[in-house]
Design a protein around this ligand. Structure first.
Ligand SMILES: [Zn+2]
Ligand SMILES: [Zn+2]
Length: 264
């Protein structure tokens, strides 16, 4: 599977892509093109154009969750798709209204509007996109409690049940691509092993949602070290101090727009 990062908070020196505090990446595997998340704006399309990648011509658009730093590019994507129809895969709760500090932070596009361009496949169960690539659906609490982020429209804490990830059954274990990991990076890793029937996590790329060096992040780092994850590419919502802490005991890669990985 080939993976290319289209949007991240970070851009590499001497490579003139656009960055924004958001996430999007493009996957090619088994003859299929998969766009995971759309960032906050049309930045992912601009970067994809420069990279020569047909991001608007994907077989599947997958949303890791509903927050607008992952769904904000949906409208520009629909404009770039022309008459094309794609499948859109996400958790059924992905279009719920979400708020943070009173500000709306959910998807700017409704399911009704999207259904004009997409065949919506909203599922809390895993959805296999190819023989080896699976959308995990709702992540169970297997290793740590969920952490609510913001509120839903009734004012209750948003437990981000819509937060999911992609897992790829590789030759040496499971590879995981995650958006923000609101479900907990340890829960996602455990569930990815279960769903793909793998014993080892070969690699993880994405936002780990570990912003500060606190008890939660310390436990997550202990877990990742114990699991001896092959490749670690923490980005987006992984804080600088947490990454620095990780780098003391684990070999981590620096993610930026244009990063290309080949996973077997
Ligand atoms: Zn989020
Ligand atoms: Zn995010």
């Amino acid at each position: 599977m080939k993976l290319t990062v289209l949007t991240d908070n970070n851009t590499y020196i001497d490579r003139y892509f656009l960055g924004e505090p958001a996430f999007s990446c493009f996957l090619e595997t088994g003859g299929r093109r998969v766009l995971l998340d759309t960032g906050y704006s049309d930045v992912f399309l601009k970067n994809a154009g420069k990279l020569g990648l047909p991001a608007a011509d994907s077989d599947f658009v997958v949303l890791s969750h509903g927050h607008n730093d992952h769904t904000g590019g949906l409208r520009p994507l629909m404009a770039a798709m022309g008459d094309r129809r794609s499948a859109l895969v996400a958790h059924p709760a992905v279009f719920e209204s979400k708020f943070d500090g009173g500000e709306p932070v959910g998807s700017p596009v409704t399911a009704e509007e999207l259904s004009e361009r997409f065949d919506l496949r909203l599922s809390a169960e895993p959805v296999w996109l190819t023989e080896r690539l699976v959308f995990l659906g709702e992540i169970p609490e297997l290793a740590e409690p969920r952490m609510p982020v913001g509120t839903l429209s009734d004012g209750s804490p948003d437990r981000c049940l819509d937060d999911s990830a992609l897992a790829y059954r590789g030759e040496n274990g499971v590879y995981i691509v995650t958006g923000c990991s609101h479900s907990g990076i340890c829960n996602i890793a455990e569930y990815a092993k279960q769903v793909t029937g793998q014993r080892r996590v070969a690699g993880i790329l994405g936002g780990f949602h570990l912003l500060e060096r606190d008890r939660r992040s310390r436990r997550a780092l202990e877990y990742l070290e114990r699991e001896a994850v092959g490749e670690l590419w923490p980005c987006h919502c992984t804080g600088f101090r947490v990454r620095a802490e990780m780098a003391r005991t684990m070999d981590i890669g620096e993610v930026g727009v244009g990063l290309e990985l080949e996973w077997k």
